[in-house]
Design a protein around this ligand. Structure first.
Ligand code: IPE
Ligand code: IPE
Ligand code: MG
Length: 243
């Protein structure tokens, strides 16, 4: 009984304000079933829908998901095309259900490499949802290093034009040049699939995030797995360099 009571009170802890997830393991999930990799991505898209709903139900304000990296273009045309098609279908569905779901869509990444049709859909989804206050950030053609280089270039251009001065640059001001401008840093970053690396995700923003690596492939990731990651987060002792 005592154990049960402890568990209950732990799950009632406030969720992190911002959770970020590296949605990894779709390919292996498909391979394990003798299916093409695109079937894994389709299953992964379903998991995203479930987990986004669960985050909203828990009261998470920001959910950032790594959907396609600057390095993922190395994959076959068939696989990349399959991912882009799933993305298009998801965005069309999201536009249809916008009033019901009330989720704000933002996109982190260089969208100019996406098809004009997808770029248009991303623009429509973000402008149509701008008023909602639960925010999902999709990282598409996103790379943490690319984001920092772009921020540095943007700042340098302003400085060269005389609009700002290098001496005035602070960590806070530099953050405003990132895709994540205005979004608090994620308290919790989750990577399923068993890989123990960042793969170029949120390098700037996750300086003090708690990482939870889990041995489950993304298509199998359940709301209960998210609860487990949040419990693990609450058990961490965050010191931010202090004692
Ligand atoms: C993540 O799953 C989805 C993308 C990178 C687009 P993977 O496709 O990387 O799956 P694994 O890692 O090969 O199993
Ligand atoms: C990271 O996963 C990118 C996404 C999940 C979108 P990858 O599967 O591309 O990363 P590596 O190749 O295992 O590092
Ligand atoms: Mg992978």
């Amino acid at each position: 009984m005592a154990l049960f009571e402890k568990k209950k009170s732990e799950t009632q802890l406030a969720p992190p304000r911002h959770i970020a997830i590296i949605m990894d393991g779709n390919g292996r999930w498909a391979k394990n079933r003798g299916l093409p990799r695109t079937a894994g991505h389709a299953a992964g898209a379903e998991t995203f829908r479930r987990i986004a709903n669960h985050c909203r139900a828990l009261g998470v304000k920001y959910l950032t998901v790594y959907a396609f990296s600057t390095e993922n273009w190395k994959r076959s045309e068939e696989e990349v095309g399959g991912i882009m098609k799933l993305l298009k279908n998801y965005l069309l569905e999201a536009m249809r259900d916008m009033e019901k779901n009330r989720v704000r869509f933002c996109f982190f990444g260089d969208l100019t490499r996406l098809s004009p049709e997808l770029q248009e859909l991303c623009a429509q989804a973000s402008s149509a949802s701008a008023e909602y206050d639960v925010q999902v950030n999709f990282c598409l053609n996103y790379g943490g290093r690319d984001e920092i280089v772009r921020a540095a270039k943007a700042f340098a251009e302003k400085a060269a034009a005389g609009e700002c001065s290098p001496e005035d640059l602070t960590e806070e001001r530099f953050s405003e040049y990132m895709y994540s401008a205005g979004v608090p840093d994620p308290e919790l970053v989750i990577r399923p699939s068993g890989e123990l690396r960042l793969s170029n995700f949120l390098l700037w923003q996750s300086a003090y995030s708690e990482y939870v690596f889990m041995d489950v492939l993304w298509p199998d990731f359940s709301p209960a797995d998210l609860d487990k990651a949040i419990l693990e987060y609450h058990r961490r002792n965050r010191r931010f360099g202090g004692v």
